[in-house]
Design a protein around this ligand. Structure first.
Ligand SMILES: [Zn+2]
Length: 197
């Protein structure tokens, strides 16, 4: 269950998630493993699953996959209910060589769109909410929810392109209070999703 708590201007986001590994690389080889005299195990409130039937109906799903269109490191679909992670980038996520993709995909889970139009520099996303359309071009170039290529084309280093804006937080609170985030209906609401994994 993802919960957003607002106390005055303090906003706390709690995420509850599963990881399912349907790639040929098994994440547990890294974290459930013997290193010298040590038996390493992991418990971080995230379950590492290997079967769809083990998925929680009430949690966000991270799924490690063999390929993603365009060879992107990650992709959020089902309105952010699922975040697919490209297995070739897992090491980059762990080492923090890629520090931007995961927070960006979490943003999709929280209901934010790209503020810019698809494949169009210095543009506004026509499908974004009015609160996202009001971002200035400078805000778009520095925004976490802009795609990587957008910041790069603007000449902004990726560590400077991690910002969110007050209107985006407004949108998060409005959507959450109205029950318009994914409501944790989860993927079982999409009966056809099992066909694509
Ligand atoms: Zn995105």
């Amino acid at each position: 269950m993802n919960i957003i708590k607002q106390t005055n201007n303090s906003v706390v986001i709690s995420v509850d998630a599963d990881i399912i590994n349907t790639s040929s690389q098994v994440l547990t080889r890294i974290y459930r493993h013997q290193y010298g005299k040590y038996n390493l195990d992991i418990s971080i409130g995230i379950n590492i699953l290997t079967k769809v039937s083990q998925c929680s109906k009430t949690k966000t799903l991270f799924q490690i996959v063999d390929t993603i269109a365009g060879n992107n490191p990650a992709e959020a679909d089902f309105k952010g209910l699922r975040v697919k992670l490209n297995k070739t980038n897992i090491q980059d996520f762990i080492s923090n060589a890629n520090f931007r993709t995961l927070p960006h995909e979490l943003g999709h889970m929280l209901g934010w769109e790209h503020p810019h139009a698809k494949a169009l520099f210095e543009s506004v996303n026509p499908d974004a909410s009015s609160l996202e359309k009001i971002l200035t071009e400078d805000q778009r170039q520095h925004n976490l929810m802009s795609q990587t290529w957008y910041a790069q084309k603007a000449g902004i280093s990726l560590d400077k392109a991690m910002q969110l804006t007050e209107p985006q937080i407004d949108l998060l609170l409005i959507n959450y209070k109205a029950g318009l985030l994914n409501k944790n209906y989860h993927l079982t609401g999409y009966l056809w999703w099992k066909k694509i994994i």
